[in-house]
Write a protein that binds this ligand. Structure first.
Ligand code: UD1
Length: 416
């Protein structure tokens, strides 16, 4: 069980950059199965989740070569259509492979992703969408077996704009007969990245980024090279890390449009922000101001950023309220922050944070990926040595976060 050891209380200043997006890479890597040929992906972040996706693709029969952030996937020999329970448990988002396997091979077997640290992760909307496409979905001893003779385009209205369900339905429809419309689709930028990748591979998808997506089935796809978009949550996390220390940063490789809701909140908290093309220059005040945040589907404030703002606001002046509307159990990190002296109260879907002047360093745990990132923010703020245990969660989603922060003045070491 490895830990981060953070010597906190240091002002961060300098220049750093954002890596490729985790949440865009995973569905795009899954989508390469549709191609039955070579896909060259660039800007894939070197994190545990993409490593795990490579393992799963290999198990299904893909040949995968990795060279830094370049990943070449040859999916011409996929011969297994089942994602084992063991792998599903290791990475819940592997459910995204179902859409590609069914779309290409008319069959996929997987198990329920089950609950996790941020609440239950149902897939009812994915399965409802599959059924509407004419796919038979059977459940057998916890396994979900999807089969079909043909997938026929149709209209699907999602009850909620789920990111994963939108992506899975797109993937299942790319090679379908006829046209599929997804209404009340999720509008997250990662879905647009998936659309751009698919279209470059020869698919015919339009509307991603709006709440109606149209997928016109095609017969054949072709080899493709694609550059994955920057990670908007990593961008937000690095900006908050700097803002929390009263620092200053020039952050490169940012898609500004994607992080507008994050930048607005940082400005409201007192930061000065100047944007250039793909670069954010942030200067933070000595002490941030309290703000209120409500998480919403894109283009609202992202749920993945709430724990990070939650930690940052612990030392802001005034009382902040954060309301979580997407996941049911995303405040576990609050307990850990309390152990560092934060004045946080969980009240149903909201947390109330009374800003204190400082946090105290101690031993804390990463409760999940974004909860773990919030501990890093708290550790940077607190004077003295903070130990964060269970950093495997953090490493799932952040590429070299210790090195990037150390490059702008932090002191973070990994204890193996
Ligand atoms: C994706 C992101 C995750 C982000 C989330 C919301 C990836 C790999 N992960 O997760 O980082 O926090 O979007 O922006 O891209 N729901 C159902 N039934 C379903 C599917 C979802 O009830 O069939 C509910 C979920 O329980 C949750 C909400 O819908 O409460 C949002 O989930 P969803 O948008 O599907 O998130 P993910 O795709 O799992």
């Amino acid at each position: 069980m490895s830990s981060f050891i953070i010597e906190g209380g240091k002002r961060l200043e300098g220049e750093t950059f954002v890596s490729g997006s985790k949440n865009a890479s995973l569905p795009i890597m899954a989508a390469t199965i549709l191609n039955e040929g070579i896909s060259k992906l660039y800007n894939v972040p070197k994190i545990e989740d993409t490593k795990m996706m490579i393992e799963i693709l290999k198990e299904l029969g893909c040949k995968v070569k990795k060279d830094g952030s370049k990943v070449v996937i040859d999916s011409s020999n996929v011969h297994k259509f089942e994602i084992s329970e063991n792998l599903m448990r290791k990475m819940r988002s592997s459910v995204i492979l179902a859409g590609s396997l069914i779309g290409k091979y008319k069959q996929a077997t997987f198990s329920y992703p089950g609950g996790c640290d941020i609440g239950s992760r149902p897939i009812d909307l994915h399965l409802k969408g599959f059924k509407k496409l004419g796919i038979q979905v059977q459940e057998n001893f916890g396994k979900i077996i999807c089969t079909t003779d043909s997938i026929v385009g149709t209209e699907i209205n999602l009850d909620f704009p789920s990111v994963g369900a939108t992506e899975n339905i797109i993937l299942a429809s790319v090679l379908a007969e006829g046209v599929t419309y997804i209404r009340n689709a999720a509008r997250e930028p990662e879905i647009e990245d998936l659309q751009n990748f698919l279209n470059k591979m020869g698919a015919n998808v339009e509307g991603a980024g709006t709440n109606v997506i149209k997928v016109e089935g095609v017969n054949k796809l072709k080899e493709v090279s694609y550059n994955i978009m920057p990670d908007r949550i990593e961008a937000g996390t690095l900006l908050c890390a700097v803002a929390t220390t009263g620092g200053k940063v020039r952050l490169k490789n940012v898609e500004i449009e994607h992080i507008k809701p994050i930048l607005d909140k940082l400005q409201e908290a007192g930061c000065n922000i100047e944007n250039e093309k793909n670069i954010v220059n942030l200067t933070s005040p000595k002490r941030l101001k309290a703000i209120d945040i409500t998480t919403m589907p894109y283009p609202g404030f992202p749920t993945d950023m709430q724990s990070i703002f939650g930690a940052m606001l612990c030392t802001a002046s005034g009382t902040s309220i954060i309301t979580e509307n997407i996941f049911e159990n995303r405040f576990k990190y609050a307990q850990e922050l309390q152990r560092m002296g934060a004045k946080i109260k969980v009240n149903g879907k909201s947390i109330i944070i009374k800003g204190t002047r400082k946090l105290y360093s101690t031993k804390v745990k990463a409760t999940d990926l974004r909860g773990g990132a919030s501990m890093v923010i708290a550790g940077l703020m607190a004077k003295g040595t903070t130990e964060i245990e269970d950093i495997k969660y953090i490493l799932r989603g952040y590429e070299n976060v210790d090195e990037k922060l150390n490059g702008i003045g932090a002191n973070i070491k990994i204890l193996l």
